[in-house]
Design a protein around this ligand. Structure first.
Ligand code: PSU
Ligand code: MN
Length: 302
């Protein structure tokens, strides 16, 4: 009910072949047009070239779409009327026949409905700075705690309080691994000094996930995949921009659901070229790893 599969995703589900989910907030609210639409279709092609079916997820005119046509990617990237769809927003967007770009939380929820096990994104939400005053903790964390999906991201942006974000994932009992690293990556920067466990291959990730299923562990699995070093932005450079974005948000009294899109947009405007390049590079890198994981899971299933 309320789910609509693209032809290629339907076929992949029927044939039990590997699928990788992709989110749509990055298209509608994370990147300028036309970079957003070009990247979205490039990510789908990376999947196909790796023998994996892409399932970009969004709500279009009141229906949850699992897999999109190119006109629909264009609509999400261009139309100004796309809402930010976290889990709490999805029922109302559907009931009113509107369109929404799913956040990490929204996409995890839809993956669970659709039976998709692997999801690649750019950066995930987390515990915001000054959360001790604002209580602003992204629904992405609870969504990952309650949907058994493998989420591949480049860590979380330093717009967040990264130590608190890791602590909160620990509280929620979400298994977190760095891909070939034991230092938590921070989106634009390949590492921080925050220690996490390292995992060395897609096969090992699939084996952990399979064991989660066997043990009936209900949480998702978080894989933090560092941005390729040649495209990273040094932490001191990006942190300067992040700090001015946070100051601007403070001055303009931006809070709640509006804060993350505001900060992301501000940083894109301030750093244009470099941040966009890093952003594209890390998402491509995450999609490639997600494809390997999806294929490894399939080997175990068979
Ligand atoms: N962080 C990023 N890029 C993004 C987002 C977060 O580096 O595009 C988006 C994702 O869709 C994420 C959402 O799920 O912002 C989190 O918003 P909030 O903090 O309001 O939960
Ligand atoms: Mn929030």
């Amino acid at each position: 009910m309320h789910l609509k599969y693209s032809e290629e995703v339907k076929k992949a589900l029927d044939n039990n072949s590997p699928i990788v989910a992709l989110e749509s907030t990055i298209i509608s609210h994370g990147m300028p047009y036309p970079d957003n639409v070009n990247l979205a279709s490039e990510l789908e092609d990376i999947c196909r070239n790796n023998g994996v079916t892409p399932a970009t997820i969004a709500i279009i005119k009141g229906e949850i779409h699992i897999g999109l046509e190119s006109e629909q990617l264009e609509y999400l990237g261009k139309s100004g009327e796309i809402e930010k769809a976290s889990i709490k927003d999805i029922p109302q967007i559907i009931a009113s026949g509107k369109s929404g770009a799913t956040t990490v939380a929204g996409t995890l929820f839809c993956c669970n409905l659709a039976g998709v096990k692997v999801f690649a994104t750019g950066g995930m939400g987390g515990v915001h700075k000054k959360a001790e005053e604002t209580f602003d903790i992204s629904a992405d964390l609870h969504a990952l705690a309650s949907n058994r999906v493998i989420l591949v991201s480049a860590g979380a942006k330093a717009i967040l309080d990264l130590p608190k974000t890791l602590e909160y994932m620990e509280t929620l009992s979400i298994p977190v691994f760095g891909y070939k690293t034991n230092l938590f990556p921070a989106f634009y920067s390949s590492k921080t000094d925050l220690k996490i466990k390292s995992i060395e291959s897609a096969q090992e990730i699939a084996a952990v996930f399979n064991t989660m299923i066997e043990l009936n562990v209900k949480t998702g699995l978080m894989i933090a995949n560092p941005v390729p070093e040649q495209d990273e932005i040094p932490a001191d450079v990006i942190n300067m921009h992040i700090n001015s974005a946070l100051d601007a948000a403070d001055q303009q009294n931006i809070t709640g659901a509006a804060i993350t899109p505001f900060l992301l947009q501000y940083i894109v405007n301030e750093t244009s070229g470099a941040s966009l390049k890093a952003n594209k590079s890390l998402v491509r890198n995450n999609v490639r790893l997600a494809c390997e994981i999806a294929k490894s899971l399939n080997v175990i299933k068979k």
